[in-house]
Design a protein around this ligand. Structure first.
Ligand code: 5GP
Length: 189
């Protein structure tokens, strides 16, 4: 008997490190991977769709679901709640998917406690200066939000050693190749 297959992946990285772009590229290569849709209390950004990018819910609704034990993990980040519903992980696993959670560092730590077989990957920006440039260049966050995100990014970078793997997103193709190898290695065991 080979080692157990590992089908849950947790990806973190500071806001602006390009983790969503990396995921989109991975998805092109592995149509069988699927990202859990998180619930959040933050405002919907232009171009985002409820039920696709997030389940956008009120704070009251979020906290009610916390009380009901519906979350695998949740955090308060930048003044808003974000969380992964147990039902999301179960739904995708039942469909035979390789499940990907793209979440921040505290949530990732909680998931590893709950699902020790989950494989965690931290995506690093090439430099802090580059990260700042990307966050500002995105133009979707207010000045106050940008400051908050940069502060959080700095503290998130300090958590990178807790992850199974760290990959620098200097060159998108190279970064996606590295994560592809990690996924292949885990799911083929
Ligand atoms: P954003 O507001 O930019 O969409 O997300 C802010 C941060 O929250 C990102 O680092 C994102 O990965 C993280 N995040 C999104 N959904 C979840 C979740 O369900 N749980 C946790 N812990 N973090 C999340």
């Amino acid at each position: 008997m080979g080692e157990k297959k590992r089908n849950v992946f947790v990806i973190s990285g500071p806001s602006g490190c390009g983790k969503n772009t990396v995921y989109d590229e991975l998805k092109k290569r592995y149509p069988d991977i699927a990202q859990t849709v998180s619930a959040t209390t933050r405002e919907k950004r232009a171009g985002e769709t409820d039920g696709v990018d997030y389940y956008f819910i009120s704070k009251e609704e979020f906290l009610k679901r916390v009380d009901n034990g519906e979350f695998a993990e949740y955090v308060c980040y930048g003044g808003n709640y974000y969380g992964t519903l147990n039902s999301e992980i179960k739904r995708l696993s039942d469909e035979g998917k390789t499940v990907v959670l793209i979440i921040e560092v505290n949530g990732a730590e909680n998931v590893k406690k709950m699902l020790p077989d989950a494989v965690s990957v931290f995506i690093l920006p090439p430099s802090f200066e580059e990260l700042k440039r990307r966050i500002i260049g995105r133009g979707t966050n207010s000045a106050e939000d940008i400051e908050k995100r940069l502060e959080i990014a700095q503290s998130e970078m300090r958590c990178k050693d807790k992850y199974d793997y760290c990959v620098v997103n200097d060159d998108l193709e190279a970064c996606v190749n590295s994560i592809s190898e990690i996924i292949k290695g885990a799911v083929q065991k």
